[in-house]
Design a protein around this ligand. Sequence first.
Ligand SMILES: Nc1nc2c(ncn2[C@@H]2O[C@H](COP(=O)(O)OP(=O)(O)O)[C@@H](O)[C@H]2O)c(=O)[nH]1
Ligand SMILES: [Mg+2]
Length: 220
Amino acid sequence: MGCVGSAARGQGDRAELEQARQLDRAHSQFMKREKKVVKILLLGPGESGKSTVFKQMQLIYTAGFDEQTRLSFRSFARKNLLEAFQELIRACWRLRLKFDEKTEKEAAEFILQLDMLSIEPKLKEFNKAIFVLWGQGPDSDSGSLVIKAAWKNKQWFHVSDSLEYYLGRLAELCSRDYRPSDEDILRASVRTTGIVEHVFDVDALSFKYEVLRVVFLINL
Ligand SMILES: Nc1nc2c(ncn2[C@@H]2O[C@H](COP(=O)(O)OP(=O)(O)O)[C@@H](O)[C@H]2O)c(=O)[nH]1
Ligand SMILES: [Mg+2]
């Protein structure tokens, strides 16, 4: 009985030893991999460019944006354009600039009552209304004189950096089969909260945008 008991115990010890060895091997492999990981934490206020850095890394070091992600930016790009233009119209009021022309007043009122959802079935009308106010841009002969005056004074109010860019892409953004370009996606501002983690392989190093190296971004 004693012999059988100690043989069984011996076998159990060997199994435990083997398990411990496997754990050690797994741990040392993990530590080897971790040594090659550079962890970076991006900190900064909203709109300082944290998500833009992520997107740029994705473009440079991965296969880029997959189709589903790309198409998901359709509504964000339109929302960015809509909200930034609404800000511009409100700035006209604050600067006491009034739309005297009936078509301009109607276009401004139409744009102001739209939101992310209601804009989708009204893209053609939205395109037309923006064109009435913006024309071919502030330096052209077309568009509203009121908007041109507000644009000249844009240092007095907040206007998104990307507004002019998206206005240049108005026809594309308002087309039914709009497929955002890489630049449209980089320019899109989508509010994110909490911690977002991405891993990129850069040569032999794995970059983990998280802790250790801290990059603080500010918007100038
Ligand atoms: N001027 C300029 N603005 C850009 C460029 N690329 C992105 N942006 C804008 O920079 C802002 C940065 O936003 P985001 O990266 O979302 O900031 P986060 O809140 O820190 O994540 C957005 O409004 C983008 O439209 C660029 O090349 N030039
Ligand atoms: Mg962000």
